[in-house]
Design a protein around this ligand. Structure first.
Ligand code: SAM
Length: 476
């Protein structure tokens, strides 16, 4: 096997790629998963330690159903310990689908002539955001194809428009981005517009598979994409999201790739990626894929639990690509963010007669429920739906801040802020039945905080009263 040799001095050493496929396969092929070893690794994670590649491989190779159950149970316990019962909600907003790439799995590939290309103009963008605000959304991810029209200046322009839209009590308080990799100057430009997370998914960490699925266009450069979020860090953008598209290559390899990428960030910048996404391949217009590596539900649920254990402090995002029943299951072992009320056709939030049509969309989504239906279900299952954006707005990000490293932070800040944003949602947007359930969940959560903080929730209760009187955007 070929480990990356550290044999040069810093000056003459070329930049070492941090993904070495031989190294990843070595761990998968040479790691055994005895009961004791799997339990040791789970215990290490439950002590809130990130796992290394070998330890992740131990979990990946565990095939005994009893051990898989223990992995899932470990993930549930860890999630509860670190994140509590909050689930942060967001919606994607597709700004433009022009694209010069040729990703074989994507409906927006340049060679797909069936899809109609369009970009929201400024007025349409405002209208889409108004529609999202009227639904209660507070956090968006703006999505763009890769095209010269979508320059950093253009992306920054659209971000500023979104922040400026205020409809009733509505406003968007956090704008994340999913767009092409930029150079350092480009990342500086979008950072200045006040973005939250910048997401770039590597799709596959396996260079040969990457080459096959990205035959042309700027995205065909594996290393430029792999190092994109390092350039973001250079630009001072320390809030980044990574991801792999599951179904292109062996899922076990991609899990180790994601862990390696996370460990690279922690080693180089002292802070891991803010989020990891693990979309599973969906039907798309003119799909050109091999079915060899499609991931079964059984493997998918297992891999989410493994990721939770491997990177305890990284947010895990699960999108509406997955059907409601899978979302329900994996939410319990490790998801921190989900989207709700999702529509991904350009301009679809303002369409009253919208139905999915894969010739108009990047891929097919499976969970088409409204935001309120999703909130209803979260409340039924005792989750605390949250639209909180406080940390990012108070500059609590990056190397100097890790919410998890501050003792009691979640109880002092995250849970109260989730409660305040849920109170706003219930008052401004929820139907009566959701209101009733929502206030019960809020009361139950406040009581739990009272038990923890020995009665000091007066300020939280004060702020809820202020929200009832019409004040908005209160946070700790
Ligand atoms: N500009 C973005 C890019 O290429 O990085 C495109 C945005 S797209 C919303 C984000 C992700 O969707 C892609 O990075 C890919 O992982 C995922 N995706 C693309 N085609 C998909 C499909 N057929 N099924 C599921 N996810 C897909």
């Amino acid at each position: 096997m070929k480990f990356t040799p550290e044999k040069y001095s810093i000056e003459d050493r070329p930049m070492q790629p941090f993904i070495d496929s031989d190294e990843i396969w070595h761990f998968i092929n040479n790691t055994t998963s005895s009961k004791e070893r799997v339990r040791d690794v789970i215990a290490k994670s439950l002590a809130k330690n990130r796992l290394n590649l070998e330890e992740t491989a131990v979990l990946v190779n565990a095939n005994d159903p009893e051990l898989i159950e223990e992995i899932k149970e470990g993930a549930r316990v860890l999630k509860e310990k670190i994140y509590g019962n909050r689930i942060v909600l967001f919606a994607p907003l597709y700004v433009g689908n022009k694209c010069i790439n040729n990703c074989q799995y994507c409906g927006y590939k340049v060679t797909n002539k069936r899809v109609k290309r369009s970009t929201l103009d400024d007025l349409q963008l405002v209208q889409e955001v108004e529609a999202l605000e009227e639904n209660g959304q507070k956090r968006l991810i703006l999505v763009y194809g890769e095209h010269p029209d979508y320059s950093p200046e253009y992306i920054a322009h659209t971000v500023r428009i979104v922040y400026g839209v205020k409809k009733g009590h509505g406003e968007i308080r956090r704008v994340n981005i999913n767009a092409a990799p930029l150079d350092i100057e480009g990342f500086r430009i979008v950072k200045e517009a006040g973005i939250g997370t910048y997401q770039v998914f590597q799709e596959t960490y396996h260079p040969e598979t990457y080459k096959f699925y990205h035959p042309s266009g700027p995205k065909s450069n594996f290393e430029y994409r792999l190092t994109s979020l390092d350039r973001a860090q250079e630009a001072g953008l320390d809030d980044v999201g990574i991801g792999a598209l599951f179904g292109l290559y062996d899922w076990r390899y991609e899990v180790l790739g994601l862990v390696r990428h996370t460990n690279h960030f922690e080693a180089c910048y002292n802070v891991g990626p803010h989020t990891i996404s693990f979309p599973r391949l969906q039907l798309a217009s003119v799909l050109n894929i091999s079915e060899k590596y499609l991931v079964s539900d059984k493997d998918f649920t297992k891999l989410v639990a493994i990721l939770r254990l491997a990177v305890p402090y990284t947010g895990l995002i699960l999108t509406a690509r997955e059907p409601a029943d899978i979302r329900r299951e994996v939410m319990s072992f490790g998801i921190s963010q989900i989207d709700g009320g999702t529509k991904i056709e350009i301009g679809s939030y303002t369409k009253s007669d919208y139905i999915q049509d894969i010739d108009k969309e990047q891929f097919q989504i499976s969970d088409t429920r409204s935001l309120n239906e999703i909130i209803d279900e979260l409340l039924d299952q005792n989750y605390l739906p949250s639209f909180c954006t406080a940390c990012y707005r108070l500059g609590r990000t990056g190397e100097h801040f890790m919410e998890f490293s501050v003792p009691g932070f979640i109880k002092r800040f995250c849970s109260p802020n989730a409660i305040l944003t849920l109170a706003e949602y219930l008052i401004d947007y929820a139907p009566e039945s959701t209101k009733e359930k929502g206030w019960e969940v809020i009361e139950k959560n406040i009581q739990q905080l009272e038990d923890y903080k020995k009665g000091s929730t007066d300020e939280l209760r004060n702020r809820i009263e202020k929200i009832k009187e019409g004040v908005r955007d209160l946070y700790f």
